[in-house]
Design a protein around this ligand. Structure first.
Ligand code: VGL
Ligand code: ZN
Length: 209
């Protein structure tokens, strides 16, 4: 049985939010339309402490969009976003959260970012989502949300690496596009890794349940 994974559909990634993704709100309708057709709906939530080291504000003289070395890895610096217990970290108000049974929070460790909904960026600490799916015997996931070039991409790549049959619903995703081609490149990279790209309109909804 397949699971739907809604990635980071949170206020700060929507127009007007701290790390707004262009047309990010367009994914909400897709999520609301698809969710009732899935036997299981999970969500990830970017959930940072206020002093998270992915925030440019924590590094004197550094600007948003610059990259620094953090814990031996390259880290893009972001505006303060999705701070725990703030409105920006809440799910979009118009997202139907009733069908979401489990939420996996990520980016909670100040020292390391977590783009993937499965693991921190060093691949070490698990959010528990992979184990959860495994325990339920789920071998197939449909992924959509924000942002195509970061959290959707790394969630999908980890899903493939975990042996899950992985679909990304393209029209259910929007990208940050620090460089305008980033989302297209992310989709190419996912495809090359074995991710199936799909459009919500082409899904055989009756076959999902
Ligand atoms: C994300 C950048 C920083 C995402 C999260 O959800 O794609 N991007 N934190
Ligand atoms: Zn973040």
């Amino acid at each position: 049985m397949p699971a739907l994974i809604l990635v980071d559909i949170q206020n700060d990634f929507l127009p007007g939010g701290a790390l707004a993704v262009g047309n990010g709100d367009a994914v909400i309708g897709v999520a609301n339309r698809l969710a009732p057709h899935f036997p299981l709906v999970l969500a990830t939530q970017d959930w940072h402490p206020a002093d998270h080291l992915s925030f440019a504000s924590q590094h004197a003289g550094r600007r948003i969009g610059e990259s620094i070395e953090l814990g031996g890895r390259l880290q893009t610096l972001w505006p303060d976003h999705c701070v725990q217990e703030t409105p920006g970290a809440e799910f979009a108000a118009s997202l139907n959260t009733d069908l979401i049974t489990n939420v996996f929070r990520k980016g909670t460790d100040r020292e390391i970012d977590s783009y993937s909904g499965f693991f921190d960026n060093d691949g070490r600490r698990s959010t528990g989502m992979g184990e959860f799916l495994k325990d339920l015997g789920i071998g197939e996931v449909y992924i959509m949300g924000l942002a195509t070039d970061y959290c959707v991409k790394f969630t999908a790549l980890d899903a493939v690496a975990l042996g899950l049959e992985t679909h990304v619903i393209e029209d259910g995703c929007r990208g940050v596009d620090l460089i305008p081609s980033d989302s297209l490149e992310a989709l190419d990279e996912m495809k090359a890794a074995g991710v199936h790209l799909a459009s919500s309109g082409d899904l055989n909804l009756a076959s999902l349940a």
